[in-house]
Design a protein around this ligand. Sequence first.
Ligand code: PLP
Length: 394
Amino acid sequence: MIALNRHYADLKDSYLFAHIAQKVSAYQRANPNKSILRLGIGDVTLPLCDAVIAALHEAVNEQAAKESFKGYQPECGAPFLRQAIANHYRAHGIELKDDEVFVSSGASDELGDILDLFDRSSSALVIEPAYPAYVDANVIAGRRIVHLPSGRENGFLPEPSEEVQADLIYLCSPNNPTGAVFGKDQLQRWVDFANEHGSVILFDAAYEAFIEDDNLPRSIMGLDGARSCAIEICSLSKTAGFTGTRAGYTVIPKELVRGGMRLNDMWVRNRTTKTNGVSYVLQKGAAAVFTPEGQRQIQENLRYYKENARILMQALDEVGVWYCGGKNAPYLWLECPGGMDSWQFFDYLLSEIQVVGTPGAGFGSCGEGHFRFSTFGSRENTLEAAERLRTLLA
Ligand code: PLP
C-alpha cells in the first residue's frame, strides 16, 4: 500500500476561524435582533481600484481577438510585470534586476512552495505569535521548528539569539497578528545573524504598504548584506485588494548562494517545472498597480483602512487598554483587560457589545492574553465598534 506523508497527522486542528464563525452564528441565532460588528477578518472590503479594473478589462479584450491573444506566459512572470515591480523597488532606492523578481499567485502559495528549496533536515525558526501558515507548512514537510517567543517586554520584536538558531528564519514585518514593525537596526541584526550562521531569512512583506514612517524598512532588500541571506515574499492582497484576484511576487537575489547552489537559479528550475505561470489577464491587472495612477488610487484605499486604525486606536487610548500595531500595520494587538484570557475576552465582547475580534491564542501560545482587531472593515462598523468599546471598557 502507498505510504502517505504522515506529517499531516502532526498538524494541530486549524479551528480558529471555524470556531469563531460557530460562536458568532450561535449567538446570532439566539439574539436575532442584535447587530454584530466583525473586526476579526484579515480580508479587505474595498474593491479593486479603477486603474486595475481598466487594465483587467483591456486584457480580457486582448484575449478575445486573434491578433492580440496571448497563450502561455513565462513561468517566472511576464517581463512587463517583473520590470514594473523591479522599477518600483528602484524608485524606493533598492536596486534589483528584473529576473530577481518572480511573479506569483500570492504570498500563501509562495510561503509553502519555497520550502522546496531546502532540505527537510533543515530547521525553521518562527517568532511567536505567528501567522499560522509558517508553522503548518513546516510541520507538513516534517521540519524541526524552533519557536522564538515574543511579548510586550520586547514590543513583539525579539532579537536574534545564539540559543535559538535555525536554518530558515521567518520574519514578518509589519507583523500579523501583532502589527509590530522591525526598525532598521533591529532588522540589520537579523540580517547579520543570518549571514554569520549561513541561515536564510524568509521575509514576509505582505503588509509593507501600510508603513507610513519613512524610517522603517518596507523591504529587507535595502539592508546591508540582505542580498546574500534573504528572500522577500510579497503580495498585492492587502496592498491593492487582490485577496480574491490573486497576485504577488517573490524576490530572490542572485547573491543568495548556499552549498555552491544559487537559489535564484533553483527557483527558476522549480517554477518552470511546477507552474505554467500566472494568468496574463491578472498580470496586466497587477502591472496597473505599479503605474502612477494605480499607486495614487491604492493609496486612497490604504488611507481608508488607516483611518479605521486611527479610530480604533483612539478608543483604546481613551479606555487605557495596552496595544501595539495600528500605526504602520492594519492590525491592532491588544492586551485583554482584567486578566481575561483571549477566548474569555472574545466571549465578553460578543455577548456584551457584539464586537468580534480574533483571540490571540489562535496565533500560538504566546498570543494568549491578547486579542487582534483588523482595520479592514467598513468605516461605519469601525466607528460603531469603537463607540461600543468605549462604553464597555470605560
Ligand atoms: N502573509 C501574511 C502575514 C498574511 O497575513 C497573509 C494573509 O493574510 C498572507 C501572507 C497571504 O497573502 P496572500 O493573499 O497573498 O496569499
